[in-house]
Design a protein around this ligand. Sequence first.
Ligand code: GAL
Length: 849
Amino acid sequence: MDKALATVSRRTSMKLSSGVALATLAGPWARAETPRSATLSADLRDQPFDADWQFSLGDGDDFAQPAFDDQAWRRIDLPHDWSIEDRLADQSLVNAEIRDVDTAPIGQTVKAPPRAIGPFNAEFSILGDSIASEGGAQTGFTVGGMGWYRKHFRLPALVPDARVEILFDGVYMNAEVWLNGVQLGNHPYGYTPFGFDLTPHLDHTGDNVLAVRVANLGRNSRWYSGSGIYRHVRLSITGPVRFERWGVRLSTPSVSASTASVQVRTVVAGPVPGTMLVTRIKDPAGKVVAETRVPASDGQALLSVNAPRLWSPATPQLYHAECELLLAGQLVDRMVTPFGIRHVEIDAAQGLRINGEPHKLRGGCVHHDNGLLGAAAIDRAEGRKVELLKARGFNAVRTSHNPPSPAFLDACDRLGMLVLEEAFDTWRVGKNVDDYNIYFDGWWRKDLAAMVGRDGNHPSVIMWSIGNEIADKHKPQGIATAKMLRDELRRLDPTRPITEAIDGIAGAPVTRPDGTPDQDATQFLDVAGYNYKLRDYERDHAKFPQRVMLGTESLPADVDAIWRLTDRSPWLIGDFVWTAMDYLGESGIGKSDTSGNPLEFSSKYPWFNANCGDIDVIGQQKPQSLARDVVWGLSPLELSVHRPLDGQIERVSMWGWRDELRSWTWPGAEGKAVNVIVYTRADRVELTLNGKIVGEKAMTDTDKSTAQFAVAYAPGTLTATAFRNGRAIGKRVLETAGPAAALRLQIDRAQVRADRGDLCYVTADILDSAGRPVPDAVHVLDVKLIGPVELAAFGNANPRGVGSFRQAVAKTWHGKALAIVRPTGERGVAAVTVSSAGLAPAMARLRIG
Ligand code: GAL
């Protein structure tokens, strides 16, 4: 429930929800209902404004009008993405054949019955609609369209000159906003925050109605964007003298082990004369370690912190700056900003240093979606994504190709994940007819300001990118645009280096076939971002020894070669694989295919997920991640098996990987040669099957950290051992599983907060009677929840497994499914039970509160 404002629930009553809400609202500009203490008991900035919205698909002339009756609309909490939800469908689209495409291929151990499950077969469409989707394969065959959101609210008692501002973290896309029937404005770009001053149009005593129209129309994206108000909405109530939105900017101009300077720049609105700015720095333990008091008209203050605890990927320690405005000794506004004390340097001679320590960007590109949740930026989903990446050795993400959510960056700050934050995928020349190219001229300046304004204080953000694979980047117009964006970004933030992700990078200017000069697109960049140009790095370095180079995109299959070169080349500061995680859309660009059809860039329905990630959409490691673990030294060796092809020919697309599984359960392959793969940087590998040596290999640096063995399949125990200098440095074992017998649930945390922003991830595995996972098992599972939780999503990671993610029934794929459970907001104990015909069920208990 929003604390700030009493939400008027149309279903229950029209009254203010409680006196408690008003009491907590006592601030300097709320008329004091309770005596005010010298410090604020509650800040009214950035109050959550996510609860109790009404939502409807479609469009209507009177939807913005306060009097419009929206009682029949669905009641939802934000963040919300309608493209991931079940849709009422054209009945002809719903048939068992489409629904059954996700049956496991060769090697499956359990065959699922045809998916004739529950009423949703008849009533709902599936995720992935090959006919209604305008974006088609690019957007994962999902459907956008128009949607409206309305929220009714009442204000607490406010002083007459209070200011009320609404902030949207992200709406996909083309949002138009009305308050009480008055149009406030619009915002096309789906990834930047925007706000409006509600003050002039508020009803201080009655019901206020906010209405938001969202239009995700046409072909506007190359990946799954989601649709709707998919990030948080916040409300800020301030007085007439206040910090502007994003009006506090922190930087650390000098940093050493003994002392650091912290610069605070402020933008204050209202009648400033006489106003004082007090800034207090609190260390990671919450102790005040520096304080200043200057006239607010100075617009800045400089503080110094002794023996600073420096922020780095290994030590993500956060300070807080409490900035207060005081007028005649009275507190009139306060902003608390987390920040890190850190110093980033980059040059070609020494590479990237953070606080003087050399770092390589072990990076992954990520899109913004949260797998089964679609684009809904629920805080825990954003945090878990960063945790998963960190656990796999990533220390950097590139937010391709747009600004991420605040919760994502907060998690990066907290967990020590470096961020390359990107502004745009297109400038003036579009990649799709309806994409950002049609808004660029009118909006680029505002969108850059919003990105830097909101995100400029995050210590995790160490670099900005002005764009990705810009079509006219080498042409005069593109070069001029790069300079324009670079200059503006530099003005907004002089502290961070700027890059651009460039494909087809030119070593030197040339003339294009059409006669136009092909200029060097890197000339205005601090760091030259190379997409897929591993083979040009050394050539370009020889030509441009001062150039700092970064692999802004790379192929998973190049992992070994990239890191051998990157690790020995100071001028090459890191690499971002495309991608760290699977994402919806760009269907099947990373596929292994045995259909016999020629490989296409985007795959045909029912592929709906890109399948190029190291980690799949339910959070499991894929084979490329095993290779990366070895290359990055997380693991001495990993063992996996290429799915038996049974005479078929496998084609693997550029971003793809062989179809491998950590499995020694291949019924039907008995006696046939199976390709066993060991990833290691050891100097010798030995493979045994049921105690007998079946393979041995001396490894050199040219083996790409990979050894392959043809082994005649027989059930039992397959063991790989890696040796260095004759000493065993690691061992991996795969055992043949028996028939599926039981279910096991693994929860990411047993205690979650009674908060709509939290989630519990419950992974279900199919086990045999000895408790071994059955790697390829396909079963239909039912999930039941008891307690103060709801099912946010249930599904598997199959990139072709179109189907609902919203029903209490799902199939396993690779022997696993994931249920995502969301607290309703009340405290208590919850139980999650998963069952399946013929298997012993499993239950997990959660404490919510
Ligand atoms: C790149 C592009 C990415 C993604 C990738 C794989 O060229 O920058 O956004 O499309 O190809 O298809």
